[in-house]
Design a protein around this ligand. Structure first.
Ligand code: ARG
Length: 598
């Protein structure tokens, strides 16, 4: 069999897989990984171990059989059986060279695209009216934005939606509090017939002051809670003054939020809110009723979604998944109601085939309820809806991050803090010291944002991590700044090459460090598909870090511009440029941009 081009691990896997099939074993046994040591070759396959068990044979015997079939195939320099039955595969230089040049010439730096693209919505960030974002929104934003980029790069048709929290009880609460604070505003006068003022009666600062006070008050004041509930129902029923006031809340909040997202380099394709599906709710409720799944429950309307009863804390029984509260006893649509209607909207208006909800792990029960209700109603199936949960960013005490005063840190303050500290760090490390002040400030911002994003994305999303700005901002170790530095260093080499008139040429892998760098470059596809399948960018973050490391080792061992042979110079320059291309793509998929110099 002739070995084809493409990702090396895949080619080897194909060849080995077919060999395993030929002796009556599963294809998957041919999967191989990078060899852990140079003397074990380029790739290593442990399939004969499992194969031996299946066939009741000595694994070494199986490995020997496989090796005999593979040896001599084009691209394979040699294949050895080692230890109890491991296969060590050494590749021919031509195969390595071809792959290297393929990556060099490929705009996607060796990454493949999905065979069948899907229409996907990534629901992320989830900011709310009247609440400035806090550290809790940071992970939802960073992870969601990266997943959106990864899915899009793999070829899916992806829309990112902020799913703005602009409709539930909080809105009624704000209206009720403002009615108490400024009862004379025209919005509260039921006999008001003129147009309402165009200027908002409240600023974001007002909303941020009113909201927490009101939220605390409803917890203890029954009467106040009733007022807020009533206002919510009236707003949703279309009371004109309330709608006009609410529109101000929305605009004021949205403008401020968009500025914060811009600081993080995050944009949304859709900025839809919970309120945008309000007009769908009446029909949806009717549909649920017609399908016989809407049940009256103590004055409220719910959809049951459990599949069994489990023991409850009080000694009785409860459904394993709580029902979806569709309409409250006051007649209001709830958080889950708008989520269900949004699924319908995403299906009908955007033909979504898959929706990823990038939201804190602690909302998992809510999503399980909504997803089951959607499945039951025949909207999107359960397997088309995924909650991409994540852990928290913690303080050094291991608890969700708080300010020194014990409050929740606002995202705006966090970003300011990171930027300031990044600027200090540049100064300390003498980085960018000869550049104009304005450029240095820009670099500081880029370093700060890279530090924040990379520190978050390098962990499996389910894992919580400790906020440690000094560590995040270090130019050494597995950090964003280290990776930016790696990019900038290659850019400087390429600039110098251009000045000296050195032109990149065909890649010829000769040195050990070149081989290592190429095998790392080849691993991009595996990292990308892994991040895609697991919906966790950390696999890609790992790859970027390994790539920067492999380049460093290469550069330390293989002089580029100082190489005496012209062809070697051209080849190494090409390797550097392929590395930069892939590194920049990988970082871009993490939402990180590198400066030109620093
Ligand atoms: N606004 C919500 C919150 O702050 C998050 C929204 C998440 N997305 C969703 N479709 N429910 O908790």
């Amino acid at each position: 069999m002739q070995l084809q081009q493409g990702q090396l691990a895949k080619i080897i896997g194909l060849s080995l897989g077919n060999a395993f099939v030929a002796i009556g074993l599963p294809y998957e046994l041919g999967q191989s990984g990078r060899a852990t040591k140079r003397e074990f070759g380029d790739f290593q396959c442990n399939g004969a171990m499992a194969g031996g068990k299946t066939l009741g044979k000595n694994p070494r015997e199986i490995a020997t059989q496989i090796a005999a079939m593979i040896a001599g195939q084009a691209g394979i320099e040699k294949i050895e059986v080692a230890g109890p039955g491991f296969l060590n595969i050494f590749l021919e230089p031509t195969l390595l060279n071809n792959r290297a040049n393929e990556i060099l010439d490929d705009d996607r730096a060796g990454a493949e695209i999905v065979p069948v693209p899907r229409k996907i919505i990534v629901d992320y960030a989830g900011p709310n009216v009247a609440k400035s974002m806090h550290v809790g929104h940071l992970r939802a934003t960073i992870i969601g934005d990266s997943l959106k980029r990864i899915f899009r790069f793999r070829g899916d048709e992806v829309l990112g939606d902020a799913h703005f929290g602009d409709w539930g009880f909080q809105m009624g609460l704000l209206i009720a509090s403002l009615a108490q604070e400024q009862p004379d505003l025209p919005y509260f006068d039921e006999n008001h017939t003129d147009a309402y003022p165009e200027i908002s009666p409240v600023t974001l600062a007002d909303l941020e002051r009113i909201y927490p006070q009101a939220a605390a008050k409803v917890k203890v004041d029954e009467n106040y809670r009733d007022k807020a509930r009533k206002a919510t129902a009236e707003l949703q029923a279309g009371r004109a003054g309330y709608r006009a006031l609410w529109a101000h809340f929305v605009t004021v909040s949205r403008e401020a939020l968009k500025r914060e997202f811009a600081a993080l380099g995050v944009e949304f394709d859709l900025w839809l809110g919970e309120s945008d599906v309000d007009h769908l709710i009446a029909d949806m409720v009717e549909d649920l009723a017609k399908k016989g799944i809407l049940v009256d429950d103590q004055g409220a309307k719910v959809v049951f979604v459990h599949d069994k009863m489990v023991p409850a804390k009080d000694g009785g029984e409860r459904p394993n998944v709580p029902p979806l509260l569709v309409i409250s006893s006051e007649g209001s649509a709830m958080y889950g109601t708008t989520d269900l209607a949004t699924i319908l909207d995403r299906k009908n208006r955007f033909q979504a085939e898959l929706v990823l909800y990038c939201v804190d792990q602690r909302q998992s029960e809510h999503f399980e309820t909504v997803f089951r209700a959607s499945d039951k109603a025949g909207y999107l199936r359960r397997d088309q809806l995924e909650h991409i949960g994540f852990g928290t960013m913690n303080g050094k005490d291991g608890k969700p991050f708080k300010t020194r005063e014990g409050g929740v840190l606002k995202l705006h303050d966090l970003i300011t803090m990171v930027r300031t500290k990044a600027a200090d760090k540049l100064q300390e490390a003498g980085v960018a010291k000869d550049l104009p002040a304005e450029e240095r400030a820009q670099i500081g911002d880029m370093v700060g944002i890279a530090a924040l994003k990379f520190a978050d994305l390098q962990n499996f999303r389910g894992t919580s991590y400790v906020f440690d700005l000094d560590k995040f901002l270090s130019f050494e170790g597995k950090t964003g700044p280290y990776l930016l530095y790696a990019c900038v260093r290659i850019k400087a080499i390429l600039r110098k090459a251009a000045e000296q008139g050195v032109i990149a040429g065909e890649i010829m892998i000769a040195e050990e460090a070149e081989r290592e760098l190429l095998l790392t470059l080849d691993g991009f596809e595996l990292a990308l598909s892994g991040a895609y399948e697991k919906r966790s960018p950390h696999i890609l973050a790992d790859h970027a870090y390994n790539l920067a490391g492999a380049f460093s080792a290469f550069y330390a061992n293989c002089p580029i511009l100082a190489a005496s042979d012209g062809a070697v110079r051209a080849s190494r320059l090409a390797l550097a440029s392929a590395t930069l291309k892939q590194l920049e793509i990988a970082l871009d998929l993490l939402g990180i941009q590198a400066p030109e110099r620093m």
